[in-house]
Ligand binder design. Structure first.
Ligand SMILES: NC(=O)c1ccc[n+]([C@@H]2O[C@H](COP(=O)([O-])OP(=O)(O)OC[C@H]3O[C@@H](n4cnc5c(N)ncnc54)[C@H](OP(=O)(O)O)[C@@H]3O)[C@@H](O)[C@H]2O)c1
Length: 288
């Protein structure tokens, strides 16, 4: 069956994740409840927050408001992600950190669908301690799935070699777009059975005026942002797009309805074979 904008993909733990995600990074705290609500109203069912974005509580509140006004939609129809921030790694620190997030969201939602380690920036002992704390959170039922973000191949090998590993990461959330396709971590996704979530799939708007991208968009009569999202879906990624603009929320969410699969010719043009980081790159982190 072909992918729809409201499709959910199977995770390696038997649960599912919506293929279209709305990201809350750099959304001002005071707008995060309203924009989460607007994203859900437009059809998104997947909200991506983080401790570091300081809007976990506001995102959860937006979900709760939306559910109150739409009695036909259940909590289990919506997927909420957060992430343990750098500096709160290690078993004891992460246990406290997870509790803090749960306390923030619990007035609004009764569990967290996905808790990620935001980056591997700490030490082996701390990363594995964090994972132990996350596994216990799954056991408690307050967190349904756990995953990683910005993990490079050595960080993944380290986790898989650990004798304490019970819950495999369900996703690796990475900067992914045509200028940074990360073929090595795509291959690791197959090896270790995780899905790839694409963050900054719109290149944080830094490449939207790229002449080749613009010409492909013109040919299909859609926007460059929509071409980048279509590219992401076509790779099998789960793109997480951010916007503070309600019309763009709809434009981004409706890509799988409005933009046909890209042609081989389009792919060749978009295949930059480059490693151009536009945000940050903890996948290269080496312990000090
Ligand atoms: N794990 C990590 O380390 C990490 C790092 C970065 C991001 N993320 C996640 O990924 C999400 C998305 O990444 P991102 O926020 O870095 O960047 P992004 O989604 O690639 O780009 C957002 C930028 O694109 C603009 N934009 C959005 N839709 C548009 C459209 N249809 N046409 C033209 N411009 C458009 C936005 O402007 P307006 O807002 O003005 O519309 C904003 O400037 C984040 O919100 C976060 O959830 C995770």
């Amino acid at each position: 069956m072909s992918l729809q904008k409201d499709s959910w993909l199977p995770l390696n733990n038997g649960l599912k994740i919506p293929v279209s995600g709305f990201g809350l990074y750099q959304i001002p705290v005071e707008d995060s409840t309203k924009l989460t609500y607007e994203a859900l109203k437009a059809g998104y069912r997947h909200i991506d927050s983080a401790q570091a974005y300081q809007n976990e509580e506001e995102g959860a509140k937006g979900i709760s408001q939306f559910l109150k006004e739409n009695s036909d939609i259940k909590r289990s129809d919506i997927f909420f992600t957060t992430k343990i921030k750098n500096g709160e790694h290690g078993y004891e620190e992460s246990k406290k950190s997870i509790e803090k997030s749960l306390a923030k969201v619990s007035p609004y939602i009764d569990y967290i669908d996905l808790f990620l380690v935001h980056s591997p920036i700490s030490s082996k002992e701390q990363r594995l301690g964090t994972w132990k704390a996350l596994q216990e959170a799954v056991e408690s039922g307050k967190v349904k799935s756990i995953g990683v973000s910005n993990f490079g191949t050595p960080h993944l090998d380290e986790l898989y070699a650990w004798e304490g590993l019970k819950n495999k990461p369900v996703v690796n959330q990475l900067e992914l777009h045509p200028w940074l396709p990360r073929k090595d971590l795509q291959a690791y996704g197959k090896k270790y059975d995780y899905l790839l979530e694409a963050y900054s799939p719109l290149t944080q708007a830094k490449k939207l005026d790229d002449p080749e991208l613009v010409s492909i968009a013109k040919k299909h009569n859609v926007t460059p942002a929509q071409i980048l999202l279509r590219w992401s879906y076509d790779q099998g990624f789960i793109p997480l797009a951010k916007t503070v603009n309600v019309d763009r929320i709809k434009e981004n969410f409706n890509v799988l309805d409005n933009v046909p699969k890209l042609s081989d010719e389009d792919y060749k043009i978009l295949d930059k074979d480059s490693y151009e980081v536009l945000t940050w790159d903890p996948t290269k982190h080496v312990d000090q």
